[in-house]
Ligand binder design. Structure first.
Ligand code: PMT
Length: 406
């Protein structure tokens, strides 16, 4: 990575968590490279890490106190785990053992590193390094997916000869590459600064009576991931969310709605001064024509429900748009390209993200997605199965390209 690209690290406060793996020695070089790039590095070592590298090494190289013991008397920080969690512009765990990954996935907080992780709102980067079998173990993979779904940035391990004598995946990437990923993140952080992005997520619900509603299977994950990535890149993000069990991404203003009409109102309020709108929400096309004031009672025979059309919010935005970039989704089960291109044209979009929601691992509910992107100039891109967080980044890369071309 060129020195100019590393400039994005200057002045950043990085909390580096070092855990007990043989690759802990590489964390020394990571500290040194971050420091040379102008970052302020605060190292937290787990007990396991102390078996591989000394605290003195990190203290000398970082020029900062090193934290090892959660219960030690602390002179350098005020309420230490909260202080480190708050001061971090980013937390990097390198190397990350299977153990720390499992603890983070469960939300355990039994040492200074895991406590800091639970308390921080900063973006977290995790660089797994371990024996191949441990890395490929379904439990570790499930834990990594859980972290990815929560917005952690996973740094893919390299393949090669491992310290245990086995050849395979599980090596901590070279320190220069790890530092490059962080630099890239902060460089990207500037790309969307000064832009307001409106993201919609989740499935709207349409009441039938005081206890029942019509809904769909959207969890909100896709939209929340886009919102998180946009905030990470410095945008002002408003997330208009239909009901979802997910918590609001860090640095995002969330507006909670239930029905399509409530979503429309919230979207139209935020639309005029937005620069970019990304509509990942699954909006109900119909709602019950009559909402019963009291619980509908069982009756003999069939029950007929009359539905009426909901407004098409994205279509309306397409008619109203002035300077905004407009990005829609298409959830299809057949003829994906044909339907997606029709929606792209009809709704006057800049591009559309199409997912075949009948495919395994794609669409509703799951933590991954497989999409194709169709642009108004006819270009198309196809992506493999990726985490929704990664796809959020890819969608924003397309947005950034369009902004530059404007
Ligand atoms: O939330 P997850 O569980 O992570 O699932 C993600 C997802 C499958 C919901 C997401 O990837 C997705 O495909 N979102 C769009 C779902 C959808 O409603 O697609 P559609 O093809 O019916 O609508 C096309 C576009 O018009 C969408 O951008 C939609 O937000 C918008 N729309 C649709 C109807 C309507 N009345 N108003 C709208 O604005």
């Amino acid at each position: 990575m060129e020195a100019s690209a590393l400039q994005a690290l200057a002045g950043r406060k990085i909390v580096l968590g070092v855990t007990g793996g043989i690759a802990a020695y590489k964390a020394v070089e990571i500290t040194s490279r971050l420091k040379k790039a102008g970052a302020e590095v605060h190292v937290i070592m787990t007990r396991g890490a102390e078996n591989f590298v000394t605290e003195l090494t990190f203290r000398e190289i970082s020029g900062q106190p090193v934290t090892t013991d959660m219960w030690a008397k602390v002179a350098h920080y005020h309420v230490e785990h909260i202080a480190l969690a708050n001061l971090a512009d980013a937390v990097l765990i390198a190397p990350a053992t299977a153990n720390v990954i499992a603890k983070a996935a469960c939300g355990l907080a039994d040492d200074m590193l895991t406590t800091t992780l639970l308390a921080t709102k900063a973006p977290v980067f995790v660089a797994p390094a371990m024996n191949t079998n441990m890395y490929e173990n379904p439990v570790t993979q499930r834990n990594l997916r859980e972290l990815a779904a929560r917005g952690f940035h996973l740094i893919e391990p390299d393949s090669g000869m491992l310290a245990c004598g086995v050849s395979g995946k599980g090596r901590l990437p070279e320190p220069a590459d790890v530092v490059g990923i962080l630099a890239d993140f902060f460089a990207k952080g500037q790309e969307l600064a000064g832009r307001k992005i409106l993201v919609t997520a989740g499935g709207t619900i349409e009441p039938l009576d005081p206890v029942r509603y019509l809904g769909n299977r959207s969890t909100g994950r896709m939209g929340y991931a886009i919102a998180q990535q946009a905030a990470n890149r410095g945008a002002e993000v408003v997330l208009i969310s239909a009901p979802s069990a997910l918590s609001a991404p860090a640095g995002v203003r969330i507006v909670r709605v239930e029905t399509a009409r409530e979503m429309r109102e919230a979207v139209l309020r935020e639309f005029p001064d937005s620069d970019i709108v990304i509509k990942a929400a699954a909006v109900a096309d119909y709602r019950p024509k009559v909402v019963a004031a009291n619980k509908i009672k069982k009756q003999e025979g069939e029950f007929t429900l009359v539905l009426e059309r909901n407004p098409d919010i994205l279509y309306e935005l397409g008619q109203k748009k002035t300077h905004q970039l407009l990005i829609g989704f298409a959830a299809e089960t057949t003829d994906v390209e044909t339907y997606a291109r029709k929606k792209l044209a009809k709704k006057n979009l800049d591009f559309i993200v199409a997912n075949d929601v009948s495919e395994e691992g794609a669409g509703f509910g799951v933590e991954t997605n497989r999409v194709r992107i169709f642009a108004r100039d006819g270009q198309a891109w196809e992506y493999p199965l990726l985490s929704k967080m990664e796809l959020g980044g890819i969608i924003l890369d397309h947005v950034e390209k369009l902004l530059k071309a404007k």
